[in-house]
Design a protein around this ligand. Structure first.
Ligand SMILES: *Cc1c(COP(=O)(O)O)cnc(C)c1O
Length: 411
């Protein structure tokens, strides 16, 4: 008898089959799951090293960049965030940080922990970052070294203009750090076209892979800046100069044990995007967003974010007065196996967040979600007619198909 042995009744874990329409993780394509369960190999095995090269080129495709330093970090999106800040922000550096939601707030935290001085550009939650405010902040602080912002703020469903913000930063000789955790794969991201210096994402949002990897990309300017640092970077694990020997060099050396099977999975997830075509992948996110939105609005629900700044992959709607926000989510999960997201911070209890990311972004999910929500809200006594939201979504799809047929005819 071992006194530490846990209860014998513990059995193998089998999660239920859920429809995931929250802020991530997303559902995973069966091909990705199959790939993941293949045999383990060593992280310096020549076959694995070859796969790493393909993985880097696939990431260059989704990021639209030829940056040689484009690779996945071992860790979730939060690791990508911290990696960018720990390498690019030295103690005493001024950093303009745009905050219009939860993740901008985490960037401020990061700057403080690196010993930097954050210059915070505040925006209301649900509004995009205002370029003029960034310009003003840089005029006031011409010595700012970095500008950091979130491209797609997942906590509110709002997109900011990454191209314009990057241009402003460069006009003032500052580098940019861009959070593309929710944007990558869902809306256009052009690292080379926008001349972004440092960008990070996550594997479990629009890339629809297992959580735990953070694809990053760095411009030559950023790599040089890190190489020129005279102080020792405060994290051994995250020091870019050390990791270059594994992901960046032709002769790979041990840095840490790479999560091999997760990397097989990311290779497959990116290959799926390559097969679909990146532009078609962005268009799919838009198409299902338009249909979902038509359905949600037909139920009288209002979007938090103004038209024109709404993210297709993250739809935040305001919970109607008098409705128990959490009870709706609970019922969706218990009755329909459907997970949606709650509000965070000041939006807690006030909004629902409907994700349409990656493999979760499919017509059957849009229809299930509208049917389930219509039935739950109707049960709660709201003036919602079951079936009307699906009809509205159907109408939106039909209209988009008609547009498409028309364009085809003209082409
Ligand atoms: C999810 C998310 C993160 C954090 O990613 P994790 O993988 O959860 O660590 C960072 N930024 C944004 C915008 C996100 O949506």
């Amino acid at each position: 008898m071992n006194e530490y042995a846990p209860d014998k009744r513990i059995q193998s874990f089998h999660p239920p089959q859920r429809t995931l329409m929250g802020p991530g993780p997303t559902e995973i394509h069966p091909r990705v799951l199959t790939t993941m369960s293949q045999p383990a190999i060593g992280y310096l095995d020549p076959v694995f090293v070859e796969m790493m090269e393909e993985l880097k080129s696939l990431l260059g495709y989704v990021y639209q960049t030829r940056n040689p330093l484009t690779f996945p970090l071992s860790g979730p999106g939060s690791v990508g965030m911290e990696y960018c800040f720990v390498n690019l922000v030295a103690p005493g550096d001024k950093v303009v940080v745009c905050r219009n939601g939860v993740f901008g707030g985490r960037m401020v935290e990061n700057v403080q922990r690196m010993g930097g001085e954050p210059i915070v550009v505040e925006e209301a939650w649900g509004s995009p970052v205002e370029p003029q405010k960034v310009e003003d902040a840089l005029r006031k602080h011409p010595d700012a070294k970095v500008v950091a912002f979130v491209h797609a703020e997942t906590s509110t469903g709002c997109a900011s203009d990454a191209r314009t913000l990057t241009g402003i930063a460069h006009d003032h000789d500052a580098l940019v750090i861009v959070d593309a955790v929710t944007s990558l794969g869902g809306i256009p991201v052009h690292v080379d076209g926008w001349d972004v210096d440092a960008i990070y994402s996550g594997s479990q949002k629009c890339l629809s892979c297992t959580p735990g990897l953070s694809p990053v990309s760095f411009s030559e300017r950023a790599v040089e800046r890190v190489g020129r640092r005279s102080d020792k970077i405060h994290s051994w694990f995250m020091d870019m100069n050390l990791l270059l020997g594994y992901w960046g060099a032709s002769q790979r050396t041990y840095h840490h044990t790479a999560p091999t099977n997760s990397l097989f999975a990311l290779h497959e997830a990116l290959l799926l995007i390559r097969e679909e075509g990146l532009e078609d992948c962005w268009a799919r996110h838009r198409r299902h967003h338009v249909a979902l939105k038509a359905g949600l609005e037909s139920m009288g629900l209002e979007f938090l974010v103004a038209e024109g700044h709404q993210l297709p992959q993250m739809n935040a709607v305001i919970c109607p007065e008098g409705v128990d926000e959490a009870a709706v989510r609970r019922q969706l999960l218990e009755e329909f196996n459907l997970e949606i997201g709650a509000g965070l911070g000041p939006l807690k209890g006030k909004i629902w967040r409907f994700g349409l990311m990656g493999y979760s972004c499919r017509p059957e999910n849009v229809m299930l979600c509208l049917a389930a929500l219509g039935s739950v809200l109707s049960d709660m006594g709201l003036p919602v007619h079951v079936g009307e939201a699906e009809a509205a979504a159907h109408g939106a799809y039909a209209e988009m198909h008609a547009d498409y047929a028309e364009r085809r005819k003209r082409a």
